[in-house]
Design a protein. Structure first.
Lengths: 444, 330
């Protein structure tokens, strides 16, 4: 073995080199005249939506010199939870489902924005609803307390998209009432084409477009009170109102999915972004589809020749029960701050400005809840129409799925996949969902 | 990239890591050796190995042993972590029909994944042994090992893509079925009769290279004289394979098989990316993930983790015994 003297010499040498290394350990980088630094953002956008978000960020990066490191995942709740537990959250994140956000607020993991954003400016630029939706109190309840999320964009759901040219060719009229709508569905079927296009695939979130149908039906069939009790876990899935909503949805799909292009197989296998492709084929393979206002982004990306208003436009899904007219399901893209850094503060403030929001609005596919975004920023009459419809609605009820605890919502999404493939399983599906609901409300 | 940042931050960090980490390790060994030299000569051989292995043992204790015990303990507590509920978490988890489906699917993976990866690996190792085209064939079969399981899942998602019958098919398999064989296209990922097998097939495609390479190395270790002798005695190729090659390969086959079994029990990436566990393709690892990060239910997820651990223990013991037997034969 090595002699002891040699070893001592080696030890001394190593100790010396180690001291030398620590002496030239790197310090912090020098700052330039701009703020500089980095901010990490986590959100669900990928593909063309991500391109739009990048475009929104570019003026911010140029102005402040802050580098935005963007990470995209469709499984936002789970990814964010992992990062928070690891003590390594992104500084800014697309807000998670309300259940997760509320849990983080109670744990003190989210930074309150009251002293960071200009609350006066916020109150003057946004309708009260949008500020209330961002507030969570110390019990984890929505609607009051400190501000924990700010809304940059909104989307309206319950919009039925159609190709006016196809409608004209067949002499179909835009339905104004629910009866008209179901009659039209039967008529198109009788004429030999599947009336509806529905596609549900979306990775870990597969099934969410079907949940949109169901929540819209619950709202317009049974009203806001039932809707609110339902997402809060106080109304059971197997209750008559909720069961009726599923059945109504099933009737629209037709027995065995007969009213939907491609049937249940195609529904569960095809990505939600591709829902419009059969509608714009010639001859059209379906005539109507129900999707949020952001779907126009996908229409145009898949088919660059399409023009809004001429090739696609919408009518609001008619109310089922007239006493609940004027209610609509809305969703929003909101941001929360998980770690307080100067760069994160700059970014959050930027994202609340009309300037930032109008960049995506101009590109199409997003509506802004900010009153300062000019009507002329909307790229076409269709988008303007959605923005006006949003502003005109009496009751804007936030997306029930986003308000439920994440495991409840994910269980719901998974069950819709089972439902569209076999509607006769409804009772066992609702029983299973009740079990999940019970465990999420009693658990931590 | 800013040059100033590069020189003042990134480069020194790189140097510190590349030189510093080995330096610390070497320093530790050197200092440890000096200390051992001070002991009486008789005691030195007993103490020295522990000094050398010390850091590794500490790491394993912190990052492996402690979490195992922590998880087992956590699985005996209630959802909020305060009440001791003994085995009721296990009862609830095993009674959940979704978990039962996951266990069934894990068994599919266990049996079929191991069997087919081993079979194809062995076949390719034997067929391509000592032939002219050995290297290109082996390289081709080994290439899928270079990609991550997530990339593999995405690729196969495209391969299994579905369009309604009569439409141009976007997935390779359905294009062959519908376009060439004029059979109805199948929703490989969503159809519960085939989806588990489709996912397992994709995974086997990814791992066959691994089995092949190890079996091939072992195959080449068989002395040529044995095969010559068998041939001289008049044995046909099949007999040589059955009576000479296979028995000699048995230890290696066992090692590969047990490794594959462990991979099968760990299956997660492919299921998560293609189906997120829907359509009855769920596996225990995916359920554990959902319970942990979606539901935030530490009790259930700990119970599932322990169940997986228990499932793997027999394999580990068997593997260890085999390893000792091989070592003993040296």
């Amino acid at each position: 073995m090595v002699g002891t003297r040699r070893l001592r010499a080696a030890a001394a040498l190593l100790a010396l080199s180690f001291i030398a290394l620590t002496a030239c350990a790197p310090g912090q980088g020098t700052t330039s005249s701009k703020t500089g630094g980095t901010v990490h953002v986590l959100a669900v956008w990928s593909g063309s939506e991500q391109d739009s978000f990048t475009a929104v960020l570019k003026p911010f990066e140029d102005r402040t010199g802050i580098k935005v490191e963007y990470e995209s995942t469709r499984d936002l709740d789970a990814t964010l939870t992992t990062r928070v537990q690891a003590g390594n959250p992104p500084e800014v994140t697309g807000a998670p489902g309300f259940g997760t956000l509320s849990k983080f607020v109670k744990q003190g993991k989210v930074v309150a924005l009251d002293n960071i954003v200009d609350m006066n400016a916020l109150k003057s630029q946004y309708a009260d609803t949008w500020i209330k939706l961002g507030q969570v109190n110390s019990q984890g309840e929505l609607g009051s307390g400190k501000l924990y999320q700010v809304f940059s964009w909104a989307a309206m759901k319950g919009l039925v998209w159609y190709n006016p040219k196809s409608f004209q060719a067949k002499g179909y009229q835009v339905p104004k009432t629910w009866n008209d709508f179901t009659t039209l569905v039967s008529k198109v079927k009788a004429d030999g084409t599947t009336p509806l296009c529905v596609t549900l695939e979306s990775g870990a979130a597969s099934g969410w477009p079907a949940s949109d149908w169901i929540k819209e039906i619950v709202l317009s069939q049974s009203g806001s009170k039932v809707y609110d009790n339902w997402w809060a876990g106080k109304q059971k899935w197997s209750s008559p109102e909720i069961k009726q909503a599923w059945q109504t949805f099933g009737q629209l799909l037709g027995p065995g999915g007969a009213n939907v292009y491609g049937g249940p197989k195609y529904m569960v296998a095809t990505n939600f972004g591709d829902v419009g492709t059969p509608m714009f084929a010639s001859p059209p393979k379906c005539y109507m589809l129900n999707q949020g206002s952001f779907i126009t982004d996908f229409f145009v990306k898949n088919n660059p020749n399409l023009k809004p208003v001429q090739d696609f436009t919408f009518f609001p899904l008619p109310t089922i029960n007239d006493q609940y007219a004027g209610s609509t399901v809305v969703a929003g893209d909101s941001f929360s701050m998980m770690k307080d850094t100067p760069q994160a503060r700059e970014l959050i403030k930027y994202l609340t400005t009309a300037g930032a929001q109008s960049i995506w609005v101009k590109r199409g596919g997003k509506i802004s809840p900010n009153k300062n975004v000019a009507a002329s920023d909307y790229p076409d009459e269709t988008a303007k129409g959605v923005a006006q419809a949003l502003a005109a609605e009496k009751t804007a009820d936030f997306d029930a799925g986003d308000l439920m605890p994440s495991d409840m919502r994910n269980a719901w999404w998974g069950k819709t996949l089972d439902f569209v493939q076999d509607q006769s399983k409804l009772d066992s599906i609702l029983a299973d969902l009740d079990k999940v609901q019970a465990s999420t409300s009693t658990g931590g | 990239m800013d040059l100033g940042q590069l020189l003042t931050v990134q480069l020194p960090t790189l140097l510190a890591v590349v030189i510093g980490v080995p330096a610390v390790l070497a320093g530790y060994i050197v200092v440890g050796e000096l200390l051992v030299r001070r002991l009486p000569d008789g005691a030195q051989p007993g103490v020295r190995p522990w000094i050398w292995v010390g850091p590794a043992l500490v790491f394993i204790a912190i990052f492996l042993v402690y979490p195992v015990f922590g998880t087992v303990y956590r699985s005996l507590l209630g959802r909020d972590g305060s009440s001791f509920v003994a085995l009721s978490n296990y009862g609830r988890v095993l009674g959940d029909s979704a978990v039962v489906t996951a266990i069934r699917d894990n068994i599919y993976w266990l049996l079929l994944y191991t069997l087919f990866a081993l079979l194809f690996g062995l076949l390719m190792a034997v067929l391509s042994d000592r032939v002219r085209y050995e290297t290109p064939v082996k390289s081709l079969i080994f290439m899928p090992m270079a990609i991550s399981f997530t990339a593999l899942a995405v690729i196969w998602k495209f391969m299994y893509s579905y369009q309604p019958p009569g439409e141009p098919q976007t997935g390779t398999l359905n294009a062959v079925l519908n376009g060439i064989l004029h059979v109805q296209p199948i929703t490989w990922i969503q159809d519960e009769r085939v989806n588990n097998f489709a996912l397992i097939a994709a995974a086997v495609w990814g791992i066959t290279g691994f089995a092949m390479v190890i079996l091939s190395a072992s195959l080449k270790g068989i002395p040529g004289e044995l095969l010559e002798a068998a041939r001289v005695d008049g044995a046909g190729q099949i007999t040589i394979f059955r009576r000479v090659i296979l028995p000699l390969l048995m230890p290696t086959i066992t090692v590969v098989a047990t490794t594959l079994v462990i991979f099968a029990l760990k299956a997660f990436d492919i299921v998560y990316v293609t189906t997120a566990g829907n359509f009855h393709t769920d596996v225990l690892a995916n359920r554990m993930y959902k319970e942990l990060y979606l539901a935030g239910n530490f009790a259930n997820s700990s119970a599932l983790a322990v169940i997986l651990l228990i499932a793997v223990i027999p394999v580990l013991i068997f593997n260890l015994r085999q390893f000792r037997a091989v070592e003993g034969r040296r």
